[in-house]
Write a new protein. Structure first.
Length: 171
């Protein structure tokens, strides 16, 4: 792993840095894949408020993890329950743009899955943008297999397709 990276649970004060990364990464990694007006108008303050509320009412089986270098958050991964007691879910995983492709996302994903396993989940799922080869390669490289299930997400009048990947947590 890249030198001096610490992965730890997020604190409330970290949320605003996580949403900054989330918006920056969407604008960079999903350019050409999602409506440009939508990307241009993503609002960090609005998203921060929403995520802070979600953080405060998170379930005890949810974990917000951040990767930190030199006291700066460079990526994060949120995991928690899916639809049944045996299945956990990777809700989101994002690296800040300058920190991609250094192996840190893989370390975050491993930690996220360790947490899900520790909570007692037997399987994990993730939904990812169907037309993002970066995201799909990332999961496939880490042993995730798509079951082909797709859904269309509609937000603020734009739509995009997501596809489901699965991984067993039984060792
Ligand atoms: C997906 C993401 C979390 C991976 O984290 P990362 O630290 O960049 O990834 P790692 O360095 O650990 O692993 C890199 C692997 O990801 C995939 N990948 C990374 N960049 C890629 C690119 N530009 N094109 C295709 N595949 C790519 C490859 O499989 C790559 O392995 P390789 O370099 O050996 O070929 C990060 O790139 C990111 O935040 N992307 C944008 C947001 C996103 O797609 N999140 C996941 C969907 S919820």
């Amino acid at each position: 792993m890249t030198k001096d990276i610490i992965i730890r649970e997020a604190k409330f004060e970290d949320i605003k840095y996580m949403t900054e990364i989330n918006v920056r990464t969407w604008q960079y990694a999903f350019k050409g894949l999602i409506d440009q007006d939508y990307l241009d108008n993503l609002n960090i303050e609005e998203r921060t408020k929403k995520w802070e509320e979600l953080y405060l009412k998170r379930s005890p089986k949810t974990r917000y993890l951040v990767a930190e270098q030199d006291n700066k958050i460079v990526g994060f991964c949120n995991v928690g329950p899916d639809s049944d007691d045996n299945t956990g879910r990777v809700y989101s995983i994002y690296m800040d743009t300058q920190f991609m492709d250094k192996g840190i996302g893989t370390e975050l994903l491993i930690k996220g899955l360790e947490n899900l396993r520790g909570i007692g989940f037997k399987d994990a799922v993730v939904w990812t943008l169907a037309n993002s080869s970066r995201s799909r390669n990332f999961y496939e490289k880490n042993g995730w297999i798509s079951d082909g299930k797709m859904e269309t997400i509609t937000r603020d009048k734009i739509s995009y397709d997501v596809i489901r990947y699965k991984k067993s947590l039984r060792s």
